[in-house]
Ligand binder design. Structure first.
Ligand SMILES: CC(C)(COP(=O)(O)OP(=O)(O)OC[C@H]1O[C@@H](n2cnc3c(N)ncnc32)[C@H](O)[C@@H]1OP(=O)(O)O)[C@@H](O)C(=O)NCCC(=O)NCCS
Length: 154
């Protein structure tokens, strides 16, 4: 298992991993390819034999440059439970800290217990506080989307 920044050639694989979760909002393949070009510095992939098996995509918030906004986290179903997601987040946070980023934000749907456990564990392991507040309600989306609560680790 290795960790590295994503490359443009990883974009299709990231799209496949997101698709196969059947939980995440699947964005266009273009979005993942573009992300691998323009937000590689704030994203990370876990690879086996250089094939991505998990990823974290994130960006630095323009209005809060000390904050990493984590967009999506996913691990191939066959690789879950091996702390890959946690290790990716720790590696990414260690990396971006050198660029002055020391806060993390992400949004999580209320029923995504795995994601809540993941970020709560990361905050605990880094001896940080995690807080939750309302952010996006179902009314902010076209019909059928759950609320997205804002979790902050600071
Ligand atoms: C959420 C996800 C990324 C976790 O990946 P993973 O590599 O299996 O997670 P880890 O092994 O690093 O586990 C991290 C923590 O989350 C907990 N966890 C992981 N999966 C869990 C589950 N299904 N239910 C409850 N807790 C879970 C682990 O016990 C661990 O907690 P700990 O630090 O207290 O021991 C993975 O399940 C996934 O890809 N899910 C589908 C996509 C998704 O929901 N992404 C998150 C929203 S962006």
């Amino acid at each position: 298992m290795q960790f590295r920044r994503p490359q443009i050639s990883d974009g299709v694989r990231l799209w496949e991993i997101a698709r196969d979760t059947e939980v995440l909002d699947l964005n266009s393949s273009y979005a993942y390819v573009l992300w691998c070009r323009d937000f590689a510095d704030t994203s990370i992939v876990a690879t086996v034999d250089d094939r991505p098996v998990g990823f974290v995509t994130g960006y630095r918030r323009q209005s809060a440059p000390d904050t990493l906004m984590v967009w999506q986290v996913a691990v191939d179903s066959e690789q879950r439970g091996r702390r890959i997601a946690g290790r990716m987040l720790h590696a990414l946070l260690d990396d971006v800290a050198t660029a002055g980023i020391d806060r993390l934000e992400t949004t999580i749907s209320p029923d995504n217990t795995a994601s809540i456990a993941l970020f709560t564990g990361v905050a605990r392991d880094r001896d940080r506080t995690i807080t939750r507040q309302d952010l996006f309600s179902p009314n902010d989306f076209p019909e059928g989307h759950e609320a997205e609560d804002l979790y902050s680790i600071a």
